[in-house]
Design a protein around this ligand. Structure first.
Ligand SMILES: [Zn+2]
Length: 253
């Protein structure tokens, strides 16, 4: 990830920066209050600041309710502005957004969960995905790749994928009940003598699923920053029980 400093800080991914036909961002909100917070309530002014800085129309920003579901919404012009600065109009019970419409900014909000962006330069279509541990264990990223194929004719081998900052394997300690959900990907369950309980590598679990869905490993970029212990002090629910949220978004030009 590359850090940009405007009137607030945000990251971009090198593999998506290569394409001038798409804009994207990961906001660098932090609990010190020195950067932007896109939390669901009270973040309207910050979202307007974000739209100005990145260069998209706030009236075409779209978010979902994010309930750890596997529901994927196909975003058309009719959804423009849903959940842009309020919570009531968010697309209900939706954790992934896909579109092939220009100018629609798809955004997910996270604070330890995994944000994932997909872009297909061939069909000019994109996705923003919220993958918590449940969504990850239930395979939401692979389902979203398939949905882009069904809806837009996207071929997985053309897709670029970006996995944003989330709670790292260093800090994501879980009980055996949660770890059992990851038994399909044994390398994602980590044990160390100094850890009383297992840790889960959510980045690896999503990366493996993206590769399994047919995306070349070389097309997948992931952030190494842990939201809980990383250098930028990003919003972390586990660390702070915060209402602060990182916004991760993508827009087709
Ligand atoms: Zn950590």
């Amino acid at each position: 990830m590359l850090l940009h400093t405007a009137n607030f800080s945000y990251f971009t991914f090198a593999n998506l920066d290569r394409f001038s036909a798409v804009k994207h961002f990961v906001t660098c909100g932090n609990s010190a209050g020195t950067d932007i917070n896109l939390r669901t309530m009270g973040g309207a002014d910050n979202r307007k600041k974000l739209a100005q800085t990145i260069g998209f129309d706030i009236n075409r920003l779209v978010t979902g309710e994010q309930t750890h579901s596997l529901n994927i919404a196909v975003v058309t012009d009719a959804e423009a502005g849903r959940g842009s600065v309020d919570i009531d109009s968010r697309i209900p019970c939706t954790d992934a957004l896909i579109t092939n419409r220009r100018g629609m900014c798809l955004m997910v909000l996270t604070a330890d969960c995994v944000p994932v962006l997909l872009y297909d330069p061939a069909t000019h279509s994109a996705a923003a995905i919220h993958a918590g541990w449940r969504g990850t264990a239930n395979g939401i990223v692979g389902l979203t790749v398939r949905k882009m194929t069904d809806e837009f004719g996207a071929k997985p081998e053309h897709l670029m994928a970006a996995i944003g900052p989330c709670i790292g394997a260093c800090c994501f300690e879980v009980g055996d009940d949660v770890a059992a959900h990851f038994s399909r990907w044994p390398n994602t369950i980590l044990h160390r003598s100094e850890w009383p309980r297992p840790h889960i590598d959510l980045v690896l679990a999503n990366r493996l699923q993206l590769e399994q869905a047919g995306i070349p490993a070389a097309n997948i970029e992931s952030s190494d920053e842990c939201t809980k212990c990383g250098p930028h002090g990003l919003f972390s629910h586990r660390r702070d029980q915060t209402l602060g949220r990182i916004g991760t978004g993508i827009m087709l030009m």
